[in-house]
Design a protein around this ligand. Structure first.
Ligand code: ATP
Length: 279
């Protein structure tokens, strides 16, 4: 914790990890409204799923949370700092952000990839990694259940293994906020289940860590995910505890399909039937 006084603390409210107020994002070239009046608060220790159909605005919202872009209007506070009033490079260093567009040299070992999370670089800065840092990187690979991959080139790791290596990399900065953009993309069933378990384990071991995961399938939610935000065409359709948000009615409205939802031992399944007329 730094000695900095954040805006959230100044006015006496509990410090939120994320606080969005009436956020709009408009693409200037096409005048398309991508996000339309988003209000959202994420608190320490909360795990959120961000769901919505293709093009609903999920990645754009995640880019705002990761301080990679600014809203057209409205306010975005990340880790107590308001976008537009803070050095975004310093802020980004305190956020773990995992996405498929990340550049990773394929010949680096998994351990070296995790080490680059310490320096916040694409290539390793070997001289900046002392024994403690190297050990921490190994500990994170162990925590994510992939310690046996330490010396394997990243390029030959499977999709599921890569996802876990990238999460370990993001955790090197000991972030208070972890953003995951479709980490389950193209994983087979065992890999998906391994990653769900790793996420569950991670949440249990780090009670203050907040996460936001963009996902397309309810089956990908770990039992630790207690909150969900449903986006439809840039607007919040529902947001809050999963029991209230992940209902058949909400998901049907969100995806325009007749969706039935079930939950068993903390895990979710969804079945989509025919298209709902008029959507
Ligand atoms: N750089 C860009 N230029 C033009 N339009 C963009 C750009 N980025 C996003 N958009 C548009 O904004 C809308 C939301 O895109 P976004 O990628 O945030 O959606 P998404 O919910 O993540 O979609 P998906 O599930 O397909 O990844 C889409 O209509 C998209 O075409």
């Amino acid at each position: 914790m730094t000695g900095r006084t954040t805006e959230s603390q100044v006015d006496g409210r509990e410090a939120a990890v994320l606080r969005l107020r009436d956020v709009h994002v408009r693409r200037l070239t096409t005048d398309q409204l991508i996000l339309d009046g988003i209000d959202w608060t994420v608190r320490p220790g909360e795990h959120w799923a961000l769901l919505g159909a293709n093009g609903a605005g999920k990645t754009t919202l995640l880019r705002l949370l990761g301080a990679l872009m600014h809203p057209t209007s409205g306010t975005v506070e990340v880790l107590g700092s308001r976008l537009g009033r803070v050095d975004v490079r310093e802020l980004r260093a305190r956020i773990g952000h995992v996405n498929a567009a990340q550049r990773v040299p394929q010949d680096l070992s998994a351990h070296a990839v995790v080490l680059t999370g310490h320096s916040g670089t694409v290539q390793p800065l070997w001289r900046t990694y002392d024994d403690e840092v190297r050990e921490r990187a190994r500990g994170l690979l162990t925590e994510l259940g992939v310690k046996e991959l330490a010396d394997r080139p990243y390029g030959v790791c499977s999709g599921g293994q890569r996802a876990r290596v990238l999460i370990a990399r993001a955790l090197m900065a000991d972030p208070a906020l972890l953003l995951l953009d479709e980490p389950f993309n193209a994983l087979d069933l065992p890999s998906r289940e391994d990653l769900v378990e790793a996420m569950h384990h991670l949440a249990e071991g780090r009670p203050r860590l907040a996460t936001v995961t963009v996902t397309h399938h309810l089956e990908e939610l770990s039992p630790a995910v207690g909150h969900a935000l449903l986006l439809r065409e840039g607007r919040t359709l529902a947001a809050g505890p999963v029991e209230e948000v992940l209902t058949g009615a909400h998901l049907t409205a969100c995806f325009g399909r007749d969706i039935t939802v079930a939950r068993r031992e903390g895990r979710w399944t969804a079945y989509s039937g025919r298209r709902v007329s008029g959507t």
